[in-house]
Design a protein around this ligand. Structure first.
Ligand code: F6R
Length: 591
C-alpha cells in the first residue's frame, strides 16, 4: 500500500510534504518519512508511527529545491524507523520512496550482496535504491540506470527518486501502482493520487505502467524503453476531492452523513429527469449477457451481492466472487459474460489482477469506482464513476450506498423502468430520518460496548446487510462477529449461543419476516441478547430500532446505515482510532 508524494521547484516543501502525507495516510500509517535537497545536500527524517510523529521530529525547513515523502503500510519488514522510507543507496546518491511490492527482491538482494552492497533495512525498497546505484555506476546516466533497473524489477512500484548529485531533477518510475504528476507554472509535483496536489495544480498527467522519467521545476520528460512518450493528460474535480473535516469529530461520521447528498449527486449524473444517461453500448452488453459476474473485495463485495439479486431479478445468471479468489481460479460459466468490477479506490490489487485476466481474454468489463483516473477505471471496457467525493475514513460507508444505488439504476436502465428514481428519493428521505435518530443507535452502542463477540443474522437482503455490518464492527470497533443467514444458525453455530450472547438482526423483507422472527425465538430461548433493527411496517414490540419504510430492494441502504452508526458508536465508546483502525489501509494495493 503506502502513499508517496514529491515535488521540485518553488514549493514550501515542509508544508507540502507533511500535509500531503496527511492526505495520503489512508494508504498506510505505520511509519512515515521525508527527504529533501538543500544547498547540494540531502536531509532525511523518518519516524515510526503516524505522519504527526514525523512532523514532531522534523525541524521546520525552507529553501529546499526538491523533496519526497512517504507514509507506509508495512509489507517487507516490520514498522520501524529503519524500515521507513525514504530508503537510500549505500553511497547515499539515491533516495527513494516506493509504493508497491518487488516480488524478486530476494534474488536481486543476493546479487547485489555479491557486488558488495550492504543492507540495513528489511525492505524491498532498499534493493531498488542499491540497484539504481549499481546501474548508475556502470551507465553514468540516471535515466539509463532507471531503465536498466526497471528491466530487472518484477512486481509493482511507483517510485519518486532524488539523485543527490543533481538538484535540478526529480526522477520517477512506475509499474502497477498509481502515480500522478501535477503541473504548475513554477513547480512540478507527483503523488499517489491527486489529493495532495489539488491545492497547487489543476493539470495532471497519468504515468502509465512501464513509464519513467524526470521533472524539473518547469518541465517534464516521460520515457518508455528509452523512447520519449506523449503524456496522458487528465483532470480531477477539486470539489470532489475536498479533505475538509468541517465540524465533525471523525471522517467516518462525516462520510456516513454525506450519504444522502452523494446518492442525490449520483442520480443527477445518471438520470436527466426523463432518461438514463448510461453508455448505450454498456447497457446493450448487459442486455445480451448470459452471465453477470461481480468481482470485488470487502465492502464493495457486499454491495456486489446486492447487485447479484438485481441481476437475477432481470432474469440473468449472476454471481459475486471475491476478487482474490477468482484471480487464481478464473472460471467462466457462460459464452457471453459481462464482468462488473466494484471498487471505491479503483486501485485494489486483487481486482486489478482479475481485470488483467479479463482483458487478456478479451472480456467485457464494467468498472464502477469512486476514483477517476484509477487503474480499474482506465483499463475496463466501460467505466462509471460513483461521485461520492473523497472517502477518507478507512471504513467504506458512503461508497457502499452509492454502489448499491448505482446497481439499482443500472438494473432499471436495462429494464427501462424510471420508477427507481422515486424509490431512491424515498430512500434518501428515509436515510435523513435515521440520521436524525442516530442518538438512539448511540444508546444501543453504549449498552453493548463491552462485547467481544457477536452475531449478525438476517434473511435475503438483510443477510447481505449483515455481512457488511459484521465487517464494520470488526474493523472499527474490534469486535469479533460473524454474519449468518437466519435459517443457518441451527445447523451448527447455535452451539455458541449462551446467555447474553449479542445477536444483531435486521428485518426488512416482509416475505421473510416471520421465519426470521422464529429464528430469533430459537436464539432467545438460549439466552441470546437480540438487538433487532426492523423496517417500520414490520416492527414489533421489543425491537431495538426501526427505520422508515422504503421499497425492500433498497433496504440495505437503511439497515447498513444503522450498522455503520452502531460500529461507529461502539468504537467511539471504546475510544478507538475510528478513522485509522489498526493494521489497515484504505487502498489495498498489494495482493
Ligand atoms: C471496509 C473496506 C474494505 C474495502 C476493500 C475494497 O470498510 O473499506 O473492505 O471495501 O478493501 O476496497 P475498494 O472498494 O477500494 O476496492
Amino acid at each position: 500500500m503506502c502513499g508517496i508524494v514529491g515535488g521540485i521547484g518553488n514549493i514550501d516543501f515542509h508544508n507540502y510534504l507533511i500535509e500531503g502525507l496527511k492526505k495520503l495516510d489512508y494508504r498506510g500509517y505505520d511509519s512515515a518519512g521525508l527527504a529533501f535537497m538543500k544547498g547540494g545536500k540531502v536531509e532525511l527524517h523518518r519516524a515510526m508511527g503516524k505522519v504527526s510523529d514525523l512532523e514532531a521530529i522534523t525541524p521546520k525547513f525552507t529553501g529546499a529545491s526538491v523533496g519526497i515523502a512517504h507514509t507506509r503500510w508495512a509489507t517487507h519488514g516490520e514498522p520501524s524507523e529503519i524500515n521507513a522510507h525514504p530508503q537510500k543507496s549505500n553511497e547515499g546518491i539515491f533516495y527513494i520512496v516506493h509504493n508497491g511490492v518487488i516480488e524478486n527482491f530476494r534474488e536481486l538482494k543476493s546479487a547485489l550482496r555479491q557486488e558488495g552492497y550492504i543492507f540495513y533495512s528489511k525492505t524491498d525498497t532498499e534493493v531498488i535504491a542499491n540497484l539504481l546505484e549499481s546501474h548508475y555506476k556502470k551507465e553514468k546516466d540516471v535515466l539509463r540506470a532507471i531503465e536498466e533497473t526497471q528491466a530487472e524489477l518484477q512486481g509493482s512500484y511507483a517510485c519518486a527518486i532524488i539523485f543527490a548529485l543533481d538538484p535540478e531533477h526529480l526522477y520517477f518510475m512506475k509499474n502497477a501502482s498509481p502515480l500522478l504528476i501535477g503541473l504548475d507554472g513554477e513547480a512540478n509535483y507527483l503523488a499517489s493520487d491527486a489529493v495532495p496536489m489539488i491545492p497547487y495544480c489543476n493539470k495532471f498527467i497519468d504515468v502509465e505502467d512501464g513509464e519513467y522519467g524526470r521533472l524539473t521545476a518547469s518541465d517534464f520528460e516521460v520515457y518508455r524503453d528509452g523512447k520519449p512518450q506523449e503524456p496522458h493528460y487528465t483532470e480531477r474535480n477539486a470539489a470532489l476531492l475536498t479533505h475538509d473535516l468541517g465540524d465533525y469529530p471523525h471522517y467516518m461520521l462525516k462520510e456516513i452523513e454525506e450519504t444522502p447528498a452523494c446518492i442525490r449527486r449520483l442520480v443527477e449524473n445518471y438520470f436527466d429527469g426523463t432518461s438514463f444517461l448510461f453508455d448505450q453500448g454498456m447497457i446493450n452488453a448487459l442486455k445480451k449477457a448470459d452471465y453477470v459476474l461481480f468481482l470485488a473485495c470487502g465492502t464493495s463485495s457486499y454491495a456486489s451481492e446486492v447487485g447479484v439479486r438485481y441481476m437475477r431479478e432481470l432474469g440473468k445468471n449472476s454471481d459475486a466472487v471475491i476478487a482474490s479468489e477468482w484471480a487464481y481460479d478464473p472460471f467462466i460459466k457462460a459464452r457471453n459474460p459481462v464482468y462488473i468490477l466494484l471498487s471505491q479506490s479503483g486501485e485494489t490489487a486483487d481486482l486489478i489482477h482479475c481485470l488483467k485476466i479479463i482483458n487478456e481474454r478479451g472480456g467485457t468489463s464494467i468498472a464502477i469506482t469512486n476514483s477517476k483516473g484509477s487503474t480499474i477505471e482506465r483499463k475496463s471496457t466501460y467505466a462509471c464513476l460513483l461521485y461520492a467525493g473523497l472517502e477518507v475514513a478507512v471504513a467504506s460507508t458512503k461508497s457502499y450506498a452509492d454502489q448499491v444505488v448505482f446497481l439499482a439504476l443500472l438494473k432499471a436502465a436495462v429494464e427501462g423502468d424510471t420508477d427507481v428514481i422515486k424509490d431512491i428519493r424515498s430512500a434518501i428521505a428515509a436515510q435523513k430520518t435515521v440520521i436524525k435518530q442516530k442518538e438512539d443507535i448511540h444508546e444501543i452502542a453504549k449498552k453493548v460496548k463491552g462485547i467481544s463477540d457477536a452475531f449478525f443474522v438476517g434473511r435475503g437482503f438483510d443477510f447481505l446487510a449483515c455481512k457488511e455490518g459484521t465487517l464494520k464492527l470488526k474493523e472499527i470497533a474490534y469486535v469479533h462477529s460473524e454474519a449468518y443467514p437466519g435459517g443457518e444458525l441451527k445447523h451448527g453455530p447455535i452451539a455458541l449461543i449462551q446467555p447474553g450472547t449479542c445477536v444483531f438482526c435486521s428485518i426488512s423483507e416482509e416475505r421473510l419476516s416471520s421465519q426470521m422472527r422464529n429464528n430469533l425465538e430459537e436464539l432467545k430461548a438460549r439466552g441470546a441478547n437480540i438487538i433487532l433493527f426492523s423496517r417500520k411496517a414490520l416492527q414489533k414490540k421489543g425491537d431495538a430500532f426501526s427505520y422508515p419504510d422504503i421499497p425492500e430492494y433498497l433496504s440495505p441502504l437503511l439497515s447498513v446505515l444503522c450498522f455503520q452508526y452502531l460500529s461507529y458508536y461502539v468504537a467511539l465508546e471504546k475510544d478507538l482510532p475510528i478513522d485509522k483502525p489498526r493494521n489497515l489501509a484504505k487502498s489495498v494495493t498489494v495482493e
